[in-house]
Write a protein that binds this ligand. Sequence first.
Ligand code: PGA
Ligand code: ZN
Length: 412
Amino acid sequence: MKIQRIAGLEILDSRGRPTVAAICELGDGTRVQAHAPSGASTGKHEAHELRDGDPAWYAGRGVRTAVANLNQVLGPAVVGLNAFDQGAVDRALCAADGTANKSRLGANAILAVSCAVARAAAAAQRVPLWRSLMDNRPAAMPLPMVNILSGGLHAGGNIEFQDFLVMPHGVVGYPQQLEAIVRVHAMTKQILDERGLVTTGVADEGGWGPRLESNEQAIEILTEAIGRTGFEMSIALDVASSHFYRDGQYHLATEGRTLTAEGMADLLADWSARYPIRSVEDALEEDDWAGWRTVTQRLGDRLQLVGDDFFTTNLERVNRGIAEGCANAVLVKMNQIGTISETLAVIDRAREAGYRAVISARSGETEDSFLADLAVASGAGQIKIGSITRSERLAKYNRLLEIDAWEFLANV
Ligand code: PGA
Ligand code: ZN
């Protein structure tokens, strides 16, 4: 099925910042669109998000250059190609850009086109998106890893760690898991209120972002909330440690400590013995390979150690991590690498090496639910979308409800 037309436009994301939308039209009249998300606590090694830098338009955050690249270069590079051959489409997009990190045309423009073509291909075949993405992969409903309390760059730097999340690993069934999480979310608010901890509004991913004394206090409150609701749930942390790493040390001001990698391992060993912590993301800085090895050796048998800024969904970095025994799970964000084919290659490689994968949204999102389908299609097993408030998050959670109720049992 021929790609007939590709067009782009500048739209807004959940932080009110510009992002790229791509529209794809096929020979049979199928017409769909897809949106690029955008991170705030980005990794150094991510593919390049192209912004205009024009102070007169969205304070430099405009994406009109990326949209022009989409219309003038990326579109012509894929129009006429077969939309059912995602590999060929993505190769053409990468070739048109020609750089290793997609900095010439912009990974935001490239990803929007890659996703729009994939969605159009599914629509033309009249199958659900996840179904056309899965190929021979073991499709499965993912376990949600859900943000309840926020810190770091997503909540005005109240505490250092970025995400305090729950995983309902003991609850069976996706709708039941979602219901349980909503109860823990509400219970957390109740505990914050009881203790006089002020919450005004929510953080970037919809979680509570109260002013807390320490990271440990957030973990303790979550543990209390899980205990009071009585569900079998565990805690996941996104430490996002690159953002408080300076001069070879981890500066945890609210804990009153400055730690080495060894010290971070001790801290996590202590906390995971005293609290139901099962998963820790970016415990070490993005280029602290030796630190990652230390923590993986010490804690890899009892904790899921996830690399986000560390791997940046980049196959070369994932391969190096596997070879050097760093981490045991990969956070997967499509816009860190820029095409669906490259994203799926990372997920497939992780599975083959016995690493887990967590499909993740960005802190800046739109109503596009693409990654819900990607999570199911890839059989990754886990998904991280943010909290259960704000519609850019709910678009994905609700899409998973739709897949669970109407599509999954009928198709697999
Ligand atoms: P980001 O945060 O989208 O702002 O990078 C998400 C994360 O760190 O997992
Ligand atoms: Zn992260």
